[in-house]
Write a protein that binds this ligand. Structure first.
Ligand SMILES: O=c1ccn([C@H]2C[C@H](O)[C@@H](COP(=O)(O)OP(=O)(O)OP(=O)(O)O)O2)c(=O)[nH]1
Ligand SMILES: [Mg+2]
Length: 150
């Protein structure tokens, strides 16, 4: 599916490649850190980092998710300060990534480094019928481990 992309940082598409799926089956598109110079992220610090671009989804049946990269998250503790970024279909501003060093050692984020990934997902918007009672389901109100652990 084609989306409108506005390039805000001229290094995107010149110094660094245009955003794209890395392989034919990649679900995500890596987002690069649009930094002027390397930044040291001390343990347990968070930095809001520009991506240098805006993606306007427009169609309300889709949203963007910003997710961690597994290698950075597992090996270096670099995840997201908001855990997951949710990008609304009507958002036209610059995509921003809240980079959180949840690890125990400092991490140097380099200009152009792929820091997170963007995934387009389908969305069902909801409205509500107000009711007093539900038709009873098999589960009912049981949750939070109600069915046991094994
Ligand atoms: O990691 C993120 C999360 C959000 N956004 C942008 C796109 C999104 O559409 C907008 C609002 O995000 P959200 O609704 O999660 O944040 P909020 O704190 O509720 O802000 P708002 O009051 O603007 O809705 O911020 C990002 O660029 N990166
Ligand atoms: Mg909001």
């Amino acid at each position: 599916m084609k989306l409108q992309l506005k390039i805000l940082d001229p290094r995107i598409g010149t110094t660094w490649p245009l955003p794209a799926h890395a392989t034919s089956g990649s679900a995500g598109i890596d987002l690069r850190a649009c930094l002027a110079e390397p930044v040291v992220l001390e343990p347990n610090t968070t930095l809001l980092v520009k991506t240098g671009m805006s993606i306007y989804i427009e169609d309300t049946h889709y949203a963007g998710l910003i997710l961690p990269r597994s290698g950075l998250g597992h090996k270096h503790g670099i995840v997201l300060g908001n855990l997951v970024g949710l990008i609304d279909s009507d958002y036209q501003g610059e995509l921003m990534v809240s980079v959180w060093n949840r690890g125990t050692t400092a991490f140097t984020l380099e200009p152009g480094e792929r820091m997170a990934q963007y995934v387009l997902v389908p969305i069902m918007q909801t409205s509500f019928d107000i009711v007093d009672e539900f038709v009873e389901s098999e589960r009912g109100a049981g949750g939070f481990g109600h069915t046991g652990r094994q």
